[in-house]
Design a binder for this molecule. Structure first.
Ligand code: GUN
Length: 309
């Protein structure tokens, strides 16, 4: 990580001057805005050259509040960058077979380039079956086993949106990754596992820790980069990181809060107040990883056109 002059604190330690980089935000709101402008320029060019407008479809099953918010945000993003978008809404009572048939219809529809089925699905529907029904050529979530395999091999394909967005954010701020120790907390299929593959490709030494890890803080304290993706609000505390670490917070748990318009507040997996003063770079919640995830999905939809149209 290069130290620039604006964020260096020189402290005297054992009678020796010690350069200490003060904390800066990894601002996902700002970076995602810039990337969306670049995407819009590309879409304008595609349209001007008479080619097909990228078209993202989303399937939403049931009335889960968080899922409805995410799908509405994705729709808004599509309009912002000039994509076409379709949202198909189904009652929670839809059967697995009916949902599979809806996915097949979209697979066969040449007007649609990318499809996401918003998770979680109702308990009676097997998410794995649905994920594997989506054509890998339209799987802009990057969840299909074919795309997972291509990603792990470092071959060109759709990358799961959150890890993809995090890599874009680190690249934007020119965070050094080569030779750095990256500790990922959480081993989910959506974040932890694909994140480990992408950070390996960025030449990190990668450790994945999880709920069964013995003495988890002994790992996070060794990390140059910590990525917290376990879904426990405020889990990572200041005494669990080393001074100068880069900290990425993937958590977005909704905590009831009657003082807000929505009735809830988003809380990350990182205890910002104790971690931020010790870190060199940190993502806020909200405004860090969330908007970058949305950009990851838009980039994958553009990629669908480039790879398969
Ligand atoms: N639910 C939570 N995150 C995701 C995501 O990245 N994609 C889909 N389809 N559903 C989700």
């Amino acid at each position: 990580m290069g130290l620039d002059n604006t964020n260096i604190l020189i402290i005297i330690c054992n009678n020796l001057p010690y350069k200490y980089k003060t904390m800066e935000l990894l601002n996902g709101n700002e970076v995602s805005k810039k990337i969306k402008i670049e995407i819009k320029e590309k879409v304008d060019f595609i349209k001007a050259s008479g080619k097909k407008t990228p078209h993202l479809a989303a399937i939403l099953v049931g009335g889960d509040g968080a899922s409805m918010t995410y799908v509405a945000a994705k729709e808004k993003d599509c309009h912002e960058v000039g994509f076409d978008s379709t949202v198909l809404r189904f009652d929670a009572s839809i059967t697995e077979e009916e949902l599979i048939n809806e996915v097949i219809k979209i697979n066969e529809n040449p007007a649609i380039d990318g499809l996401i089925v918003q998770l979680p699905l109702p308990k009676h529907i097997n998410e794995k079956k649905i994920t594997e029904t989506i054509s890998y050529k339209k799987d802009v979530d990057g969840f299909h086993p074919m795309n997972v395999g291509l990603m792990f091999k470092g071959l060109r394909t759709f990358l799961p949106a959150t890890p993809y967005g995090i890599v874009k954010l680190l690249e934007h701020y020119q965070i050094e990754t080569t030779g750095k120790h990256c500790v990922i907390i959480g081993r989910s299929d959506i974040v932890g596992k694909p994140m480990s593959a992408l950070m390996l490709q960025k030449n990190c030494t990668v450790t994945v820790v999880h709920s069964k890890t013995v003495d988890l803080p002994s790992f996070t304290r060794e990390a140059d980069i910590v990525i917290a993706a376990l879904g426990i609000p405020g889990f990572l505390k200041g005494d669990m990181i080393k001074a100068g670490a880069v900290v990425v917070d993937v958590g977005i748990t909704r905590i009831e809060d009657s003082s807000t318009k929505t009735g809830y507040k988003l809380k990350g997996d990182v205890d910002f107040d104790s971690v931020a003063p010790k870190s060199s770079w940190i993502t806020p919640v909200p405004g860090g990883v969330g908007p970058m995830t949305r950009v990851g999905l838009l980039l994958n939809t553009l990629e669908a056109i480039e790879l398969y149209k």
